[in-house]
Design a protein around this ligand. Structure first.
Ligand code: PLP
Length: 450
């Protein structure tokens, strides 16, 4: 009969734990040893007669606790879903030079808020601002933590306790609980809804502007479409009417396309340049949607307004950190140098032709020795171009219980995220960055799959 006294003490175990102490440090190793001994005691009490675990097996259990505690839960996965901006999978993967720029400022001191010319204090805002001015011809720009905070900041700075006019058809929920009307209320703005769910006319704007108003807001519907009996005035027309009453126009574009998506066989996603050309005073958009950079909110527009936004107390609370500023600047440089399609992963993925994807899917099939290459659809995702898809080719695998197979793919290292359709497992090369890793995992999982 095993008794609790047969168990080794923590001190005894420590004599054999040099490896664990080196790898995990003393406090955590002690924690793991104590926990493992507690578990062993509980088993002995419960089962009575089990043999006392050997020191080696106690150390092995402690090691698995330690490994679990020190493995970050956030880790890379392979996106084989064909959804380019997959919100749940971290949206935009970054370009090489974006990663290098972020690494360099993360690892070193930088001139973040230091003017190298004068040797005095500088502003962190100038770094991205100068590229945005050059790229978009805007007077001023400001980069904050994300686009949700950009919208909150813009409205807080420009419309607190004042009327903000917005069509009912744009009072949308973007996802993750970001509701345009709630954010507007949070900013202290007084929401003035105009039009109906499906229609808004220029006369609705004119009527609303009869009363003193701070701004007219347009919010991109992002993740859904209104079709059928609908109407919305041209942006330039809205700007015209607002400016006649000295009212500011703010456009929350959401995805922030800088390139016309029609080029890739998709419908037209409103671009930042178009909003500016229509005369919008302040435009805000995300850094990590169609733009393809790190998480950020970008605010561009008239100097006098951007200056007010920069001075608002919330600006400090939602400011971008140095790695974000370095990364967003590096990504914007790709647009400036007209190399976005070659360098920015999400733009590259959208620009792939169906034929290019098919060649890869066929190569995959040859490597794994099974499956079929079939036509399918990739989507943009990330609240951009709802209901739109790109023609693609996927490797379609016929396996027993496809959902179980998906689970096996998710358990792999790195995890592979795929989808099923009509009882087949589909893998879309369009969103896969590293074919070699994908194929290694896929071969292993297929090999062991019963
Ligand atoms: C996505 C989106 C946001 C939020 O942007 P984040 O960068 O995710 O914070 C705000 N407005 C619109 C219209 C969007 O599409």
């Amino acid at each position: 009969m095993t008794t609790l006294r047969d168990l080794p003490s923590v001190d005894q175990l420590l004599h054999h734990a040099d490896d664990l102490l080196n790898r995990f440090g003393r406090p955590l190793t002690l924690d793991a040893l104590r926990l493992t001994l507690d578990e062993a005691r509980a088993r002995i009490k419960r089962d009575g007669e089990t043999a006392s675990p050997s020191p080696a097996s106690i150390l092995a259990s402690a090691e698995s606790h330690l490994a679990a505690w020190t493995t970050p839960s956030l880790a890379p996965v392979i996106n084989a879903t064909g959804v380019v901006l997959h919100t749940n999978l971290g949206r935009a993967p970054l370009s090489e030079s974006t990663i290098q720029a972020m690494n360099a400022v993360a690892a070193n001191y930088s001139n973040l808020e230091f003017d190298l010319g004068t040797g005095k204090r500088g502003s962190r805002l100038i770094h991205a601002e100068s590229v945005l001015q050059k790229l978009l011809g805007v007077e001023s720009a400001l980069v904050v933590n994300n686009n949700a905070s950009a919208v909150l900041l813009v409205l807080s700075a420009l419309a607190n306790k004042k009327r903000v006019v917005i069509p009912r058809s744009q009072l949308v929920e973007i996802g993750g609980g970001f509701r345009v009307p709630d954010v507007m209320k949070q900013s202290g703005a007084k929401l003035v809804e105009i039009g109906t769910t499906n229609k808004v006319r220029i006369s609705d704007y004119m009527d609303a502007l009869d009363e003193p108003t701070a701004l007219v807001m347009r919010a991109h519907r992002s993740n859904f479409k209104i079709v059928g009996f609908t109407e919305e005035p041209e942006l330039a027309k809205i700007v015209d009417v607002a400016h006649k009453e000295n009212v500011i126009v703010v456009d929350d574009l959401g995805s922030g396309a800088l390139i016309d998506t029609v080029k890739y066989g998709l419908t037209h996603e409103p671009t930042v340049q178009e909003s500016l050309a229509a005369g919008v005073d302040v435009v805000c958009f995300s850094g990590d949607k169609l733009l393809g950079g790190p998480q950020a909110g970008i605010i561009v527009g008239k100097k006098e307004l951007i200056d007010r936004i920069k001075k608002h107390p919330l600006a400090r609370a939602v400011r971008a950190d140095k790695t974000c500023l370095a990364g967003i600047t590096a990504t914007l440089m790709h647009y400036l140098k007209d190399e976005a399609e070659r360098e920015i992963p999400v733009v590259r993925m959208m620009s792939l032709t169906a034929k290019q994807v098919r060649v890869r899917a066929e190569a995959w099939r040859n490597v794994v020795g099974q499956g079929e290459v079939v036509k399918s659809e990739s989507t943009v995702g990330g609240g951009s171009l709802p209901e739109e898809s790109m023609l693609t080719f996927v490797l379609s695998l016929q396996v027993k219980s496809p959902d179980k197979f998906l689970a096996k793919l998710r358990e792999a290292n790195p995890p592979v995220i795929a989808r099923t359709e009509n009882d087949k497992v589909l893998l879309d090369p369009r969103t896969v960055l590293d074919d070699e890793s994908l194929l290694r995992v896929l071969k292993d999982v297929l090999h062991d799959y019963r």
